[in-house]
Design a binder for this molecule. Structure first.
Ligand code: PAF
Length: 282
């Protein structure tokens, strides 16, 4: 596996791979790789001849007071895992090169980022779309793979790709979970043992909501009240949002549709966790 830090060198390597007739899959990550990332890589490898992963803790998607400084990092461990997972290239740019010379361009999707996580993380998705657009221009992929755990991120990136006619296929991969249901996330590392037990309230909420829908409950307000009580019944929890909404527009839904997105953001101690599922009527 080649490790590339320079943007020029990455663009040249990607061009060489393309001109030799290879298709390229990109898995963009912020490192501290876990089995969820490895699943993205497995899917990427399956769909393309060459797999590039990027490891970059992108400063522009963290707000003031968020965990940019503390975000867990493990470069040697990540490179080992990426190598074992069959990545051909690990692209690890430096922030000074990604945002050099008074960088002043942003890629912004207009409406979707104003929903859900965007309400408590203003500017977050502008940071995501900007860095992802840059990574696309640097690594020149035919397809890029993202986890469905970050449902809104996947929706925003898909919108950007569609609106800007980027010739890149976006592939979404189902959430990988621990044996007890907790969605894998680099941020799980922040949880104490007692908080880790409380973090199970997210998956339990998704399961409870699905059971209510299957039992015929049509009213999203009823489901929201049940989930709220369930989450707040666990210690250390604080709800950022419980959203039942249209899976495409992310507009709030008052009644359960054929498919309704349930998305949650819950603080467990100081750690903000997200999870989601598509509620299906039958
Ligand atoms: O999902 C992530 O890890 C990040 O938001 C991404 C897509 C790598 C952009 O920095």
């Amino acid at each position: 596996m080649e490790v590339i830090e320079s943007i020029d060198q990455m663009q040249q390597s990607a061009e060489l791979l393309r001109s030799a007739g290879n298709t390229i899959a990109l898995v963009p990550t912020m490192g501290f790789l876990h089995p969820g990332h490895l699943e993205l890589m497995r899917v990427g490898s399956k769909h393309a001849d060459r797999l590039i992963i990027s490891i970059f803790v992108n400063p522009t998607q963290f707000g003031p007071g968020e965990d940019f400084e503390e975000y867990p990092r493990d470069t040697p461990g990540d490179l080992e895992k990426a190598r074992k997972a069959g990545a051909d290239v690990a692209f690890m740019p430096r922030a000074e090169e990604m945002y050099k010379d008074m960088h002043q361009t942003k890629v912004m999707v207009e409406k979707l980022p104003k929903r859900l996580c965007g309400l408590s993380r203003p500017g977050h998705f502008d940071g995501v779309t900007t860095v992802v657009a840059k990574l696309f221009n640097i690594t020149k992929p035919h397809l890029a793979v993202f986890g469905q755990k970050d449902y809104q991120q996947l929706a925003v990136i898909s919108r950007m790709v569609m609106d800007l006619n980027m010739d890149i296929q976006i592939v979404g991969v189902p959430t990988v979970r621990e044996a007890d249901g907790l969605a894998m996330s680099s941020r799980n590392k922040y949880l104490s043992e007692a908080e880790r037990a409380s973090a199970l309230c997210l998956k339990e909420s998704l399961d409870t909501a699905q059971a209510l829908v299957e039992a015929g409950e049509p009213d999203t307000a009823v489901i929201e009240r049940r989930i709220k009580a369930l989450i707040l019944g666990y210690p250390f929890t604080d709800i950022d949002y419980i959203a039942l909404c249209d899976p495409i527009t992310l507009d709030p839904a008052s009644t359960i549709q054929e498919e309704t997105l349930l998305a949650l953001a819950v603080r467990v101690g100081k750690t903000r966790l997200i999870d989601n599922c598509l509620l299906r009527r039958d």
